[in-house]
Design a protein around this ligand. Structure first.
Ligand code: NAP
Length: 279
């Protein structure tokens, strides 16, 4: 059981209890970082509130103004375009000056969020990814102007409950959003394509998918656990004149490296636009 996150009588609220917000809530609850009584969530529609209340067993509300006053940590997980609206609502709802705000909004910088709040609340910007749902996410975070080491430690504890957590400089955020924030979607596309490829060469779809998923997981663990470069690990699979080198040649003919690089480059440009409020 992990150490408690909150002071007695204080709460943690997730504003925007959608995919990412509930993944983080679930991780914290499962790891005993907070009790169900200490957690609450807010969503836009009654249907979402009911669903989250049922699945996580916590208080949820569309009108969360009366919950803000007791909050010690507020995790903001609405879409980036809702940032100003949420900041306005927090200001009008008795936000305590010591409440820590953590935002996972793509593209919204600490300067911009702190400007919208207009207060000296400690603020941390973070970028998680959806594998947080199964405890294997990766989250980067950085502190704003009034965030101390204590706030960064709290933040780290939260994100460690759903995977890896790394403190990084804020200027890396757009690139990281495009690489590991969007990354699971790229991996799913690769997995889907390889499973189709397995079907093409005669395998039943279920078997192909299971083989592909475990191969991706195993390859990732080989990189993490051996510390060896992927190119060196790839050489180990590649017999002279064998089938693997033939397959690799076809991938290179299809420009797989530059296609992946262009995908991340394009996603980075779009995050930059999100940050300027253009999307
Ligand atoms: N999904 C990812 O892979 C990912 C990865 C990293 C970061 N993020 C960031 O996480 C944030 C949320 O993304 P998501 O994928 O979790 O989106 P999502 O599933 O659509 O969740 C958004 C949540 O915000 C609620 N909401 C909307 N307007 C609100 C308001 N004014 N006040 C309170 N709640 C409001 C929505 O309620 P309803 O359900 O009732 O509409 C929903 O629960 C985004 O800023 C995104 O950049 C997402």
């Amino acid at each position: 059981m992990s150490e408690e996150l909150l002071s007695p009588g204080r709460t943690l609220g997730v504003i925007g209890a959608g995919v990412m917000g509930t993944a983080l809530l679930k991780g914290m609850l499962d790891h005993g970082l907070l009790s169900r009584r200490q957690a609450w969530g807010a969503a836009k529609t009654e249907a979402s509130c009911e669903e989250v209340a049922q699945s996580l067993g916590i208080t949820t509300s569309r009108e969360y103004a009366d919950l803000v006053g007791d909050a010690e940590i507020l995790l903001i997980s609405v879409k980036p375009g809702q940032a100003a609206k949420v900041a306005e609502k927090l200001k009008a709802s008795g936000l305590r000056s010591d409440a820590l705000l953590i935002s996972v909004l793509a593209g919204v910088t600490t300067d911009r969020f702190e400007g919208m709040l207009g207060s000296e609340n400690p603020f941390v910007r973070a970028m998680p990814n959806t594998p947080c749902l199964v405890g294997h996410g990766v989250t980067v975070y950085c502190g704003g102007r009034w965030a101390t080491d204590k706030h960064l430690d709290l933040c780290k504890k939260i994100f460690l409950s759903v995977g890896k957590a790394l403190e990084v400089e804020e200027h890396y955020f757009n690139a990281i959003t495009a690489l590991s924030g969007s990354g699971p979607a790229y991996m799913y596309l690769v997995m889907e394509s390889l499973a189709d490829a397995g079907v093409r060469v005669g395998l039943p779809r279920d078997l192909a998918m299971e083989l592909v998923a475990q191969t991706m997981l195993g390859s990732a663990r080989m990189v993490q656990e051996t510390g060896r470069h992927p190119a060196a690990l790839r050489d180990d699979v590649t017999t002279p004149a064998g089938c693997t080198i033939g397959g690799l040649l076809m991938l290179e003919d299809g420009k797989i490296r530059s296609v992946l690089a262009r995908a991340v480059e394009e996603a980075t440009k779009i995050v930059e636009q999100l940050g300027r409020g253009k999307s």
